[in-house]
Design a protein around this ligand. Sequence first.
Ligand SMILES: Nc1ncnc2c1ncn2[C@@H]1O[C@H](COP(=O)(O)OP(=O)(O)O)[C@@H](O)[C@H]1O
Ligand SMILES: [Mg+2]
Length: 405
Amino acid sequence: MRVLLVAGKGGVGKTTLAAATALASAREGHRTLVVSTDPAHSLTDALGLTGVTGRAGEWRMAARPMSVPGAPGSLDVLQIDTRARLDVAWATIRRSIGGLLAGAGVDPLVAEEVATVPGVEDVLALLEVGEHVSGYDAVVIDCAPTAETLRLLAMPEALDRLVSRGFPVEGRIARLVGSFGIASSTIEALDALDTLSRELMAVRALVTGPDAAVRLVATPERLVLAETHRARTTLAMLGHHVESVVINRVAVGEDWPAGLVARHREGLASAHERFAGLPVRFARYHDHEPVGIEALLALADSVLGDGDPLDLGAPRASAGVTSDGDQWFFEVCVPGAELADLEVAVTADGDLIVDLGPHRRVIALPAVLLRCEVAAATLDVTDSGQVVRVSFEPDSQAWPSGVLT
Ligand SMILES: Nc1ncnc2c1ncn2[C@@H]1O[C@H](COP(=O)(O)OP(=O)(O)O)[C@@H](O)[C@H]1O
Ligand SMILES: [Mg+2]
């Protein structure tokens, strides 16, 4: 199963291009699901379903994938509305975390605040994606605007860390139970949190796996391109394969003011420069909104040409270990990153923490590096773009002496 995430700033055309790509994929004979995680749903509007069926409410509220009538093949659509389900799924866990903290002597008001984990809607959206994907050949995800999407994609690893480090199971909980008389419902909640984290890691594996990629959508404006460029860097750092960029709504031809056409031509040129090494495609600015199956398929054809709409390119490992004699290196790809924005640290628990501006990736280091000391961290330019390269040297205390000599 191939998974394509269509991401980018708000309003650039993500939903339109996600729907167009999914239709093209269905036409190729792939059983395709197009799913939106943006609370501002417009997927069914873009597909022209709300107008045609006159059952707008039904389409919007559907909790399961619905087959798209008139699609050229097998296409299902799903709009995930986590807000509706938030209270049900999360309330128990939240109450119990609050209870745990309060039990541990934290002021109940503070505990309540801590337990109101930001981004919980995103977590649920991601989980729902995971629940509905089986049985499809292709899944196209119409993402929420960049900032939320980056938060969403960073969530599984963050939660996994919270669960495995913050609440190491059994031992510490048992002690807490002993000291504070914590109810068994709290333990159930921690169990639930543990399960949640495992499910999220499975979804993460799905969206970062070898058959998954991110297609970035932008418009030919300087600010949009700058934000998209930063998103590319962050996505790469988070372990995602960004396969191409689509510059949408490019004014071409005589129907548009000459000044706009010239500005967009410049924008397109600067996009090619900024995203060097990535395929950059473009879609014309239409004088009408591309809505409905026919218009979307025409758009897909003009953007993607004859190629496979879900050709995700060759995935590259975003992080990994290399060695060079007695030195080991751990490398993380961060194309376009500025050295000044990067901070790297290794924790006592054996996690490599890479901070890029406000974004953080926590990577559990492979066992071999746990018996090493960090020698240096550099930002190097290689064939596959920039890489953060942390070099390790064997720690003479930790390695058997025979290995060193
Ligand atoms: N190439 C295009 N030409 C003209 N209008 C477009 C084009 N692509 C998208 N639109 C319109 O722009 C608006 C925003 O597109 P949408 O796909 O909803 O963006 P996003 O999902 O990124 O917020 C919609 O009204 C859509 O119909
Ligand atoms: Mg949208």
